[in-house]
Design a binder for this molecule. Sequence first.
Ligand code: FAD
Length: 488
Amino acid sequence: MVRTGKEYLQTLKDDRAIYINGERVQDVTTHPAFTGITHTIAGLYDLAWDESQNMTYKTEDGTLANKIYMIPRSREELEERRLAISKWSEATCGFVGRSPDHVASFLAAFASSPEVFDRGGEGYGNNVLNFYKHVRDQDLYVTYVIIPPQIDRSKAAHEQEDKFLPVGVYEEREDGIIVRGSQMLGTASAVSDYLFVSCLTPLRPGDEDYALSFVLPIHAKGLKFYARPGYAEKSPSTFDYPLSSRFDESDSLVVFDDVFIPWQDIFVYKNIDIVRAQFHETPAHVLGNNQAQIRFSNKLKFLIGAARKVAAMNGIDKIPSVQEKLGELASIAASVEGNLLASEYNCIIDKNGVARPNPRFLYGVVGQQETIYASTIKILRELCGGGVLQLPSSYKELINPETKDDMYQYIRSTGVGAEEKIKLFKLVWDIIGSEFGGRHQQYEMFYNGAPFVTKGFSFRNYGYDEPVQMVDKFLGSYSLPTQVKELI
Ligand SMILES: Cc1cc2nc3c(=O)[nH]c(=O)nc-3n(C[C@H](O)[C@H](O)[C@H](O)COP(=O)(O)OP(=O)(O)OC[C@H]3O[C@@H](n4cnc5c(N)ncnc54)[C@H](O)[C@@H]3O)c2cc1C
């Protein structure tokens, strides 16, 4: 089944332990830090529920499901998946990174390769399949924490000052395990249904107690979320902060205070090799990144749209040097979109019949993500000048009889009145200058790993045989002159 936004909101009303501003949140659907994002996500579910959007499919088991859970088996199905996922990122202008389609992509990929999990012992592959079918058929929202907390990155998990800083096995019981410790960084976890927990960072020999992969409901006993400040909470209105007020998905440090995990919810148990293999031998990492780039591509389109409008509104869009900057933005956005389409067009069908986006093109963008986003924001900043700060503190100056005449007199552009100008420039400030905007710069730089990690993905996935052969062939086309050779 696919669920409605109302049904999603209903599932959030449980006794989950979310802490913000020193207090436990009673209801995320009404709390000012979370109400914006929960209602945005509800809107996404309503969109998928609307048959005319073509966002559902018939599963291999004959059930009706949201395409976010689709296992693509051809180029055409990859395209179908992209068109569906795109609708969600268009609706959020690319500003919700961990919408339900992100981890759904990982879970679909896990389910396509249960044999990888069975290497750890019989039954783990089945656990994966059962969980996948459960969340797919109930249309549930899963987020993840797959990075150990930032404490001392020079040490392995088992070498940290305390045994249970990163989450690890505290006790093994007949019916399951007790886990203790913490993990970062639960984006949107506070407003999701389930958490997937594992470790993407390479583990070292001795780290077996941390070599885990499991799922648990957000309201599980002992599971706690410490959220960073909520940007929506500080946003006086949607007119003044159109993105912060609706798309702040929140990030949390997640603490496991002796949480019980039954065996059926464990995918990998104390196995360093399979923790790595689940991401890179199954199509999980490529399908997860494919979703991320569909979102990113739409976000860039939105940003260049904003830049184009700012330039036109300020009457600078005919200046050649400004057009050069707009052209640079256009070329960045077109390259990202082009790589996305190339990865789909040149997909590789794996041994399980899954269409994997081509890693050369996929990771080509991953390796540049931090510079792409930073360059885009820099140009947008440059085009705006101080216009984003000559705005009134809120929309209220537009209605106060003492101030409104000045607003309409002095904040304007040729043919554009105060309301329209303030609206656009406040949106741009939310992109480049608000706390929400700053968090997005951090997000695009780190959501897929630190830059030294993402460039490693590009290095490992380019496929150097072809370029090296090209150079070898060329080198083979000439040699030292014969007379010189005779002298050697
Ligand atoms: C906004 C945001 C949202 C996120 N959401 C999620 C989420 O939903 N789920 C999740 O699991 N994770 C999430 N993450 C975490 C993300 O995966 C990590 O930030 C990322 O893996 C990098 O880890 P780190 O932040 O601990 O940085 P570190 O690994 O500590 O790296 C920080 C810097 O230290 C230097 N450095 C560290 N180690 C080395 C090394 N070995 N070699 C060279 N230089 C090094 C580099 O300069 C690097 O940039 C999120 C992060 C952000 C910022």
